[in-house]
Design a protein around this ligand. Structure first.
Ligand code: ADP
Ligand code: MG
Length: 280
């Protein structure tokens, strides 16, 4: 299990400190897919970077299976919004890179004793890039680059997948294809995932649980369970009644947080429900 306990972040800047995150607790259970949604600048990326061990927390701790996360490692696979493939390596070399790194660190996992080359091929086929294995990242479209980044993140058999708006820069159609692909991947690999998005619909399609952040400094204002079994999920769930209701609730919560007087009006009109375990 991934546990975030009392993690907060304040950035020191020229004009004093910026508080990016309030102390917060968050758990991701075995095989669970959790999304974070919240207004821009509320600290979502900050939290993901802290969990990834790429940024120190000001207070609090992150543990994985009871062990402190103190820096990036093979147990954490990351996919960010911006292009992060190594431009001088081919697609196949990019996907193989974490395996080579793990081998050099003597941390290669023998699980299933799958050969490195076989694993790379299987992942490239999974993300439908086998035909482009020898291409350079610059020769790929944005969607293909993110597929390669996903394959690379999965290569070293991470315990946790951390994704920060991985489809945020893609056009609507490619984005939907990527959501379908990610659903396919998580239906086959039950891997703990922490997924950041500003797209509530995307969060609902993919997640077991959606965590809503307040404006900066971010804190958890509500948590929603998504009542759809993983096997029944597809990007078409946009048409699902229960999901549309959840979407409306989350959006009005986000809007309510942005405009307190609107929130008050909704409360007076009885339009706002109280999400699980949180203040309205
Ligand atoms: N490296 C940094 N130095 C100083 N301030 C930062 C840094 N990174 C982020 N911030 C600030 O922290 C806040 C949260 O940023 P971020 O985590 O990127 O938000 P989000 O991903 O939710 O849009 C913002 O106000 C941002 O300006
Ligand atoms: Mg961000």
């Amino acid at each position: 299990m991934l546990s975030v306990r009392g993690v907060s972040k304040a950035y020191a800047g020229r004009r004093g400190e910026t508080s990016a995150l309030c102390p917060l607790d968050l758990d991701v259970g075995e095989g669970e897919f959790v999304s974070l949604v919240g207004p821009s600048g509320c600290g979502k990326s900050t939290l993901l970077h802290i969990v990834a061990g790429l940024e120190p927390a000001t207070t609090g701790t992150v543990t994985l299976g009871g062990e402190r996360v103190l820096g990036p490692g093979a147990e954490l696979g990351v996919v960010f919004q911006q292009q992060t493939l190594f431009p001088w390596l081919s697609v196949r070399e990019n996907v193989r890179f974490p395996l080579t790194l793990a081998r050099h660190r003597g941390r290669a996992r023998q699980a299933g004793s799958e050969r490195e080359a076989d694993r790379v091929e299987r992942l490239l086929r999974l993300v439908d890039l086998w035909d482009f294995r020898d291409s350079a990242p610059a020769e790929l479209s944005g969607g293909m680059q993110q597929r390669a980044a996903l394959a690379r993140a999965l290569a070293a058999r991470p315990e946790v997948l951390l994704m920060d708006e991985p489809f945020g820069a893609l056009d609507a159609q490619t984005r939907e294809e990527m959501q379908g692909l990610l659903l396919h991947v998580i239906q086959h690999h039950r891997i703990m995932t922490l997924f950041v998005t500003h797209d509530v619909e995307e969060a609902l399609i993919l997640s077991d649980r959606v965590v809503v952040f307040s404006e900066r400094p971010g804190r958890v204002v509500a948590t929603f369970d998504v009542p759809v079994p993983r096997a029944d999920r597809s990007p078409d769930l946009k048409l699902d009644e229960a999901l549309l209701r959840l979407k409306r609730d989350i959006l009005s919560l986000l809007r309510g947080r942005a405009r307190p007087e609107e929130q008050r009006r909704r409360l007076l009109l009885g339009l706002t429900h109280t999400p699980r375990g949180e203040d309205p």
